[in-house]
Design a protein around this ligand. Sequence first.
Ligand SMILES: Nc1ncnc2c1ncn2[C@@H]1O[C@H](COP(=O)(O)OP(=O)(O)OP(=O)(O)O)[C@@H](O)[C@H]1O
Ligand SMILES: [Mg+2]
Length: 533
Amino acid sequence: MISVSNVSMRFGGKILFEDVSTTFLPGRRYGLTGPNGAGKSTFMKLLSGESEPQKGNVVRPKRLGILRQDQFAFDQYRVVDTVIMGNMTLWKALEEREELYAKPELTDEDGMRLGELEGIVAEEDGYTAESDAAVLLDGLDIPEPFHHRKMGELQGGQKVRVLLAQALFGRPQALLLDEPTNYLDLESIHWLQNFLTHNEGTLIVISHDRHFLNSVCTHTADIDYQTIITYPGGYDDMVLQKTQIRARIEAENAQREKKIAQLNEFIARFAAGTRASQVTSRKKEVERLQTTELARSNIQRPFIRFEMKRPSGRHALEFKNVTKGYDGLEVIKGFSAAVQRGEKIALMGRNGVGKTTLLKALLANAPGVDDPDVGLDSGDVTWGHEVQVGYFAQDHRGSIRNGTTVAEWLHEWDPQASREEIRGLLGQMLFSGEEGLKPTDALSGGEAARLMFCKLMLQKPNLLVFDEPTNHLDLESINALNIALQKFEGTVLLVTHDEDLVSEVATRIWNFENGQIEDFLGSYEEYEGAAAR
Ligand SMILES: Nc1ncnc2c1ncn2[C@@H]1O[C@H](COP(=O)(O)OP(=O)(O)OP(=O)(O)O)[C@@H](O)[C@H]1O
Ligand SMILES: [Mg+2]
């Protein structure tokens, strides 16, 4: 069980939640919900002990399994090591032991320390750590050859599986997962749903995916109105109860206000007259009825619009025989196509088939892109006349420099832009007023994505390359992005697992399957129809 008492958090003028007391019981599966920036990750860090609440305290079990929102954090480590890091006490002991053994000569002190470390390693099941990790990885569908590779070489969906193995390592009593479905394809999400519903112990999971939450959760803890309220049921049940309760409170408030107005009218009319005692009693009643001001909901809708500085030529992009692979593994095997201005192409296919790889190959020498990861092994790529590319990478968080503010970072991309223009763009993307002065280090997952969209709205490129842009985004932002992509007059290359987005935006489909890329000139609906025949 995890129990939270009188916990409060605020940053500057923004209150995330105040005086929250609640418990999370074993055997239950809690969804933790709220829009981008509501404080979900912050709350989870309080639960895990990674940070301390400004007020109140948290009691937690000894063994916790944690999946953090930043899934690129372990890129430089080997896969098995990443899993073993799920037990930090053990991992630190193993590392220190290795350092000591690497010394040419051991002092007495070193010898003593080694004895202590061996004790810790034994107590934490360190002698079977590698094989325990391998069993978990196999169970999560990460085959043996990958176990000794670096995390950075794995594709997004595989990383999530490794990080889940990390969370499960050391048999935790409670599992805390921050957006585990990001980067997963639909089949992997179904697999995860099934996996989690068989989990014993306490589960707390953050997600913006309604279907996922409905299928996994027995309870929903929602962050809104500056507090956290737990409702029974999944996401949809929560929304229903939340709106009903809210409507009731608002109706009661309205009634009270009406009554107060009537009493005040009486007081005003007879204040100077003979009915002094009645006036006094009515004044008392007004005081008693005083309505409490309701905290506003934190749900807001951003406004996204991608305009172009100028259109590109008619032929936006042409490439022939593009090949790209890693370490002898050929992922893209000679793909050719021509893309016309205004086409919106969805790249579809399961995790690991090479969608990101193809984008990175095509982006080599692209005007407006200076990502170090891009490049191709062979083939020709020709960008059209006046093409300007706006690239939203899968791992875009790293491209937002730490140590500056939201507004300053944005302004650097176009120093000519006026302060008003910057402020306007930021406001559109829900960074109004003080929010624009926020340090970039503090950005939540969804806020970082919103800031990337600000940059693209400022630069006004005419060809957008988006690699899974909806990860981290809340429902309101996904809707806004969907509409913006539909209205965009330029060219789009889009990787996403969001079927609504594909069917409403795409005019052409590149489907990756069995090492081939199928090029279909038509919408997703037409594509499905053709596939069914
Ligand atoms: N050190 C800090 N200084 C100022 N603001 C902060 C700091 N840390 C977090 N915040 C702000 O607190 C809010 C909550 O952040 P948090 O990461 O918990 O959001 P979240 O609900 O997980 O959002 P998302 O769905 O986008 O992941 C955000 O507006 C964030 O910018
Ligand atoms: Mg978060």
